[in-house]
Design a binder for this molecule. Structure first.
Ligand code: BES
Ligand code: MN
Ligand code: ZN
Length: 504
């Protein structure tokens, strides 16, 4: 674990030091003092490396004086553009540059003390590792960084700013852990158990097992699970941070009031079922539960920082397997909404899970807004690549809020088309023998068809669907996301809640 200390601004006499420098700015504060102590070594390095302070730039000075081990200069870009997000990216760059150092000090004395807390968050997010199954890691392959000291002009302010950020980081780490776990370890029941562990944060958690779901009539979600030896689960998480904390008639509310609902696709492994996927790359389908992982991590973040909001999180957890009991192409099932569904492709299973959970969420909680997350289609990766998640929504205001939160947190969304019921793409979902079929015509507009299918289970209430298939797993390092499970959506939705629903 990486430990962070916000400390008074005094120049360290030894060790490894990170020096953030703005574009075009002269050395000031402790950076100037360090340069003097090093007889101008920083200025000389800046010149020799043509270092301008541009974002992403770095230069290293080795052992410039006895006691000093490494001085790393890092570009912060234009001072005006140094947002909390830019501070996180800087923190990520520092963590990446210093993984092999046991400890280091960051000369952040000249920065806003709240930004300093965001540097810590960025460093923490970038330092995430999942090493529980590695038994032969050699010493020189291991990360060494255990302690970062961040100098602050106001340590109390930095400490206070870091408290909620640490809760968010814990949510992100929860998500990354469950998304990274292989499917033999993390199957629906195990996933539900891990979510139950979040009770300690004050979340109310209910787990529905196979029998419960049968009683409810979750015919759509259960059909996906037919072929699997693993039992399905639905988990409902409630955080009553507004009504439960405040008092209506002096009592704590037991039920969320006008909550925001988050719904996640939790397919712990997606073989495609009888419409089986090709072998190449099928291992990626262990992270087909990233939507659910994100919802759980988000709920952990909201509870961990005691967000002043009522929010509910619902996840449908199943495994999609081919077997003698698996659902067949052409089968017709009855969804929880009452609509019958003709399942023409058993690999279009995420929407079958979400159909029931979405409908249940709105019926039970009458949410003000519903947002679902799902690694729903390969087509969204074709359309948007790995830069944006797809946003589909029946509500412009909600879309704008989500897009703004995405920009601020570095988890960007691109809005895609969604037709009203009965129009355009929606018509392709009409089945010959049931109310709706689970795929459209062909491959054309595949992500949109999927969103249109979901919309058939939304009663015209404000709703957004985030197709995160291209974003849930990173194939290369990014400033605050090491290669692997990204937890895309946790920070975005935490921000969406903080900005729009927590009266401050
Ligand atoms: N889980 C997949 C989508 C996916 C693909 C996620 C690649 C992440 C990376 C989903 O269940 C699926 O199989 N979708 C099909 C839908 C098709 C059968 C209509 C697809 O995208 O091919
Ligand atoms: Mn599938
Ligand atoms: Zn899937």
């Amino acid at each position: 674990m990486l430990e962070f200390v916000f400390a008074k601004a005094t120049l360290p006499k030894t060790g490894t030091i990170a020096v953030p420098l703005s574009e075009g700015a002269a050395l000031t504060g402790l950076a100037a003092a360090l340069d003097k102590a090093l007889a101008g070594a920083i200025k000389r390095a800046v010149e020799a490396a043509a270092f301008t302070g541009k974002k992403g730039q770095s230069a290293t000075i080795l052992a410039p004086k006895p006691g000093y081990k490494k001085i790393v200069l890092l570009g912060c870009g234009e001072p005006d553009a140094f947002t909390p997000r830019a501070a996180e990216e800087l923190g990520g760059a520092i963590a990446a540059a210093l993984t092999k150092e046991p400890d280091a000090t960051i000369l952040s004395d000249g920065l806003d003390p709240a930004h300093t807390a965001h540097i810590a968050l960025g460093a923490r997010l970038r330092s995430y590792r999942f090493e529980k199954y590695r038994t032969t890691l050699k010493d020189d392959e291991k990360a060494k960084l255990t302690r970062l000291t961040l100098l602050s002009s106001d340590t109390a302010k930095s400490d206070a700013a870091y408290i909620p950020l640490a809760a968010i980081a814990e949510g992100v780490e929860f998500t990354r852990n469950v998304v990274t776990e292989p499917a033999n370890i993390l199957y629906p029941a195990e996933f539900a158990d891990r979510i139950e562990g979040l009770k300690k944060l004050g979340l109310k958690i209910e787990v529905f097992d196979q029998k419960d779901l049968e009683k409810l009539g979750f015919g759509s979600m259960l059909a996906v699970s037919w072929g699997s030896a693993r039992e399905p689960r639905m988990v409902v998480m409630q955080w009553l941070g507004a009504s439960g904390a405040m008092t209506a008639e002096g009592k704590k509310s037991k039920k969320p009031k006008d909550p925001i609902a988050f719904i996640g696709k939790g397919v712990t492994f997606d073989t495609g079922g009888i419409s089986i996927k090709p072998a190449a790359g099928m291992e990626d389908m262990k992270w087909d539960m990233a939507g659910a992982g994100t919802v759980a991590g988000l709920m952990a973040a909201l509870a961990g920082r005691k967000a002043k909001v009522d929010a509910v999180g619902l996840v449908g957890l199943v495994e999609n397997m081919p077997s003698g009991t698996a659902v067949r192409p052409g089968d017709v099932v009855k969804s929880y909404s009452g609509q019958t569904i003709e399942i023409l492709n058993t690999d279009a299973e995420g929407r079958l899970v979400l159909a029931d959970v979405l409908y249940y969420a709105q019926e039970r909680f009458a949410p003000k807004y519903m947002v679902d997350l799902a690694t729903l289609t390969g087509a969204i990766v074709v359309g948007l690549g790995h830069e944006y998640a797809g946003l589909f929504s029946n509500d412009d205001g909600l879309s704008e809020k989500l897009i703004a939160a995405g920009k601020a947190t570095g988890e960007p969304l691109w809005r895609m088309p969604l037709a009203p019921p009965g129009e355009l793409y929606d018509k392709n979902l009409n089945s010959d023998i049931a109310d709706v079929k689970n795929i459209g015509g062909g491959r054309a507009g595949g992500s949109i068809t999927a969103a249109q299918f979901l919309q058939r289970f939304v009663n015209a209430k404000p709703w957004a669907h985030l197709d995160i298939a291209g974003m849930a797993w990173a194939s290369k390092d990014a400033p605050t996301v090491p290669k692997g499970a990204s937890a895309f959506g946790v920070r975005l939705l935490d921000r969406f809640v903080a900005e729009n629903f927590e009266a401050s």
